[in-house]
Design a protein around this ligand. Structure first.
Ligand SMILES: NC(=O)C1=CN([C@@H]2O[C@H](COP(=O)(O)OP(=O)(O)OC[C@H]3O[C@@H](n4cnc5c(N)ncnc54)[C@H](OP(=O)(O)O)[C@@H]3O)[C@@H](O)[C@H]2O)C=CC1
Ligand SMILES: CC(C)(CO)C(=O)C(=O)O
Length: 301
């Protein structure tokens, strides 16, 4: 299979590298990572060890691909959609966090767009080297739920390369559960400057549980079967399982980089029919920090 990975940062390089064990993979990313992969190949370290030689480029080639994996941060999805329009794609799979990525891609692209959730952990440690910080799985399927032969075929493509993959008919519920987890953990850990484990029994944990309950309520208003209890249980389970992690939003704040607040807590606020005070506060605080750092465009909320 010919696979294009748009966004060869941490997760894109890990999944692209794993897929390159069985498929013809092209990574689209930035220099100096792209240059190094071209010259020396890509090394996967950590929980998986491999050395692979995918193609690597900084622009989408005007060629046909069976599958495009989208692994940019959520705020880059509109640009990804535009760039991917230059290729001929059969299927597109978003493995990003946050809500709304699939809709942005589907609006712009003439390909079947699938929703994905990913629990692999990845970190680009230096150009040409990606660390697998945790083995997980990719769940994928149609964004509105149900079955599709394209989803089955993409699942088989991932599994053929040894990537754990589940083809799921309930992606709306899975995406909302992951969103509730990220809405609970990410902004709270970023603002409190604590590792995920501090939410299990620390004072910031109640804010995380409240944010997750609000997300579950908005999900139910959209017809998704996600109880408050299930959302809170998911936050507590993930915080305990990743207790030593600095969440991706805390890492972004540490690095002085833009966060995915708009697609996580901001998405809960945008979709809420009524007040979601904890998500409103978390969103405003992180956006306020981004604004002060000059990370938000003029005119953005
Ligand atoms: N890392 C992880 O373990 C996991 C991440 N996720 C999700 O996956 C998504 C990606 O996360 P992550 O891999 O950590 O993010 P990264 O920032 O490491 O990777 C994204 C990469 O895409 C590049 N990029 C963006 N726009 C373009 C473009 N137009 N052309 C070429 N390259 C581009 C970025 O470069 P630049 O920064 O220079 O713009 C960056 O190198 C997020 O939604 C995240 O929440 C989900 C599960 C686990
Ligand atoms: C699951 C969790 C919270 C792990 O840190 C994550 O997805 C993130 O940090 O973005």
């Amino acid at each position: 299979m010919r696979v294009l990975v748009f966004g060869a940062g941490s997760l894109g390089s890990l999944l692209g590298g794993l897929l390159a064990r069985a498929h013809e993979v092209t990574l689209v990313g930035r220099d100096p990572h792209v240059e190094r992969v071209r010259a020396e190949g890509l090394r996967i370290a950590g929980e998986v060890s491999a050395r692979v030689e995918p193609a690597a480029t900084t622009a989408v080639p005007a060629e046909r691909f069976d599958l495009a994996l989208v692994a940019v941060k959520a705020f880059d999805t509109p640009a990804a959609a535009e760039a991917l329009g230059g290729a001929d794609l059969d299927a597109v799979l978003s493995v990003q966090n946050g809500l709304g990525n699939e809709a942005t891609l589907a609006e712009a692209l003439d390909a079947e767009v699938l929703a994905g959730t990913c629990t692999y952990g990845a970190r680009l440690t230096e150009p040409g080297v990606v660390e697998c910080t945790g083995r997980g799985e990719v769940a994928l399927g149609p964004p509105d739920g149900g079955e599709s032969p394209v989803a089955e075929s993409v699942g088989a493509t991932l599994r053929a390369a040894g990537v754990e993959a589940t083809v799921a008919g309930d992606m709306p519920r899975r995406c909302w559960e992951k969103l509730a987890v990220n809405a609970g953990i990410n902004a709270v850990t970023a603002l409190a400057r604590v590792e995920n484990g501090a939410l299990v029994d620390g004072p910031a944990g109640e804010s995380a549980r409240r944010a997750a309950r609000e997300a579950a309520r908005v999900a139910r208003d959209e017809g998704i079967d996600l109880s408050d209890g299930a959302a809170v249980e998911a936050v507590e389970r993930v915080a305990a399982a990743t207790s030593a992690n600095r969440s991706s939003m805390l890492q972004d704040v540490d690095a002085g980089s833009r966060t995915e607040i708009d697609a996580i807590n901001g998405a809960v606020v945008d979709r809420a029919d009524g007040r979601v005070p904890v998500n409103e506060t978390l969103t405003a605080l992180v956006r306020g920090w981004e604004r002060e750092r000059g990370l938000r465009e003029d005119g953005e909320k």
